[in-house]
Structures are given as structure tokens and as C-alpha cells.
Design a protein around this ligand. Structure first.
Ligand code: DX5
Ligand code: ZN
Length: 235
């Protein structure tokens, strides 16, 4: 299924001293989703922001908030993130003992549910719960920090998930997160992703550079998009 590529700048790389203005600026520059990385210093070795900050940012953009939870336990906080204005809530299978129950809770809150696969987490972790999932987020770095190098070994996993999602017949977004830049976005899109997170590559150079950063990513993504004839014999 051909879908337009969605760009989701991660505000982890924004200027935290002026986060509201940063969200508005990246929205104006062409972001499709605003990616928000929530870290607890326990599930991942870094601490970021919680629901109160998301709530404060909500009026600064009409774009969907794509909230990536790197916290354990995660269940006690789902309602707070939904109330704060998250549109998609994505969780790691390792962040609780009952992934199916966690996804049911997110759906019960009226939000889109995502499952995040770490580089070492197999596709099998999401397969049994695919009927509850609106988005699969493939980590192409180990979660915890912006600015890390892309791990090319995840490319076959993206391609395999593309096939799995297409076979399911469900409109599940396939998003990739970590080390995405003008060079790495091509292979990721060619492998079948239809959404990408980009932190450093979006926010590099400050607000004056945002529109240029996003259009360069979008151009590179469009060039790499599999054509309708791919895989055919050419007629
Ligand atoms: C890492 C986060 C990413 C990160 C991406 O744990 O999930 O969203 O902000 O940053 P870049 O694009 O700089 O790798
Ligand atoms: Zn993220």
C-alpha cells in the first residue's frame, strides 16, 4: 500500500528553553507529526519530560503528537498521556508484563496504539497483537539518546514488517526512529517505512534551517519510495 511519507521531528533535539516556540516552528516548517520522547532514567538511561510538558505544548501545534514512551511501568501513566494530548501512544513490549492489556488500555482511552521494537527485539513481539496496533515503530538505534548512528541491520526487519502489515490488510503505520538523516532515510523508505522520526536532522541549525532540513529529508524520501511497479516484471 503506497502512502505518503510522514516526517516526525523529535523534539528531543529542540531547544528545551523555548519548547513551545520550537514546536510551532517545526510545525510551520512542514512536520507531519510531532514526536515526543518520554524517558524515565530507568527503562532507558536518560530522563526527559512527562505529561505536564506535553499538555503545555499541546496548544502550540495542531499536528498529531506521536508520543514514544520509554518508561516502566507504563500502564499507570497511560491516562495522563492521553489527557495531556497524545494522539498516538507507543510502548515497548519490555516495559510491562502484559502488552495486550497495555494496548487495550490505550485503545480504551481513544488513542492510537503503537508498539516499539528495539534493535534486538524480534518482529514476533508484535505479531500476536497486530489487531490492536495502529503503528509499529522500529528503533534504528538503542533508545535513550538523540544523535546516535543508524544501525543498518534493522533494514531487513523493516522490509519483513512491511510484508506482514501488507498481508494483514490493516492500515498500520510503519515508522522508523534513530539516526535518520539525508543519507539513511533513503534505505529506510526503500525497505518499506512510511513514517520517519528525525531529531538532529530536523533541528540542526536552529529555526531558520528547519524548513530546509525537512524538505531535504522529504526529497530524499520521495526519491527512494518504491514505485508501483517494483517487484513486477515491468509491464
Ligand atoms: C531515541 C529517541 C529518538 C531520538 C532520535 O531514544 O527515541 O526519537 O530523539 O534522534 P536522532 O534523530 O537524532 O537519532
Ligand atoms: Zn523516539
Amino acid at each position: 500500500m503506497q502512502r505518503p511519507v510522514r516526517l516526525a521531528p523529535s523534539i528531543l533535539s529542540a531547544d528545551f528553553a523555548t519548547l513551545g516556540a520550537e514546536v510551532a516552528a517545526i510545525d510551520r516548517a512542514g512536520a507531519d507529526w510531532i514526536h515526543v520522547d518520554v524517558m524515565d532514567g530507568h527503562f532507558v538511561p536518560n530522563l526527559t519530560i512527562g505529561p505536564a510538558v506535553i499538555k503545555a505544548l499541546r496548544p502550540h501545534s495542531q499536528k498529531p503528537f506521536d508520543v514514544h514512551l520509554m518508561i516502566a511501568p507504563v500502564d499507570p501513566y497511560l491516562a495522563a498521556f492521553a489527557d495531556a494530548g497524545a494522539d498516538t501512544i507507543s510502548v515497548h513490549p519490555e516495559s510491562g508484563p502484559h502488552l495486550h492489556r497495555t494496548l487495550q488500555a490505550i485503545k480504551g482511552l481513544g488513542r492510537r496504539a503503537g508498539v516499539v521494537l528495539n534493535p534486538a527485539t524480534p518482529i514476533a513481539a508484535v505479531e500476536p497483537v497486530l489487531d490492536l496496533v495502529d503503528l509499529v515503530l522500529v528503533m534504528s538505534v538503542n533508545p535513550g539518546f538523540g544523535g546516535q548512528a543508524f544501525i543498518p541491520a534493522v533494514l531487513p526487519k523493516i522490509a519483513a514488517l512491511r510484508r506482514l502489515i501488507d498481508c494483514s490488510g490493516r492500515a498500520i503505520d510503519l515508522e522508523v526512529d534513530g539516526g535518520i538523516n539525508r543519507q539513511t532515510i533513503g534505505p529506510v523508505i526503500a525497505a518499506g517505512a512510511d513514517a520517519v522520526v528525525a531529531g538532529s536532522a530536523s533541528f540542526d541549525g536552529g529555526p531558520a534551517a528547519y524548513a530546509q532540513n525537512l524538505s531535504a529529508l522529504r526529497r530524499a524520501a520521495d526519491l527512494a519510495r518504491p514505485g508501483p511497479d517494483d517487484g513486477s516484471l515491468g509491464w
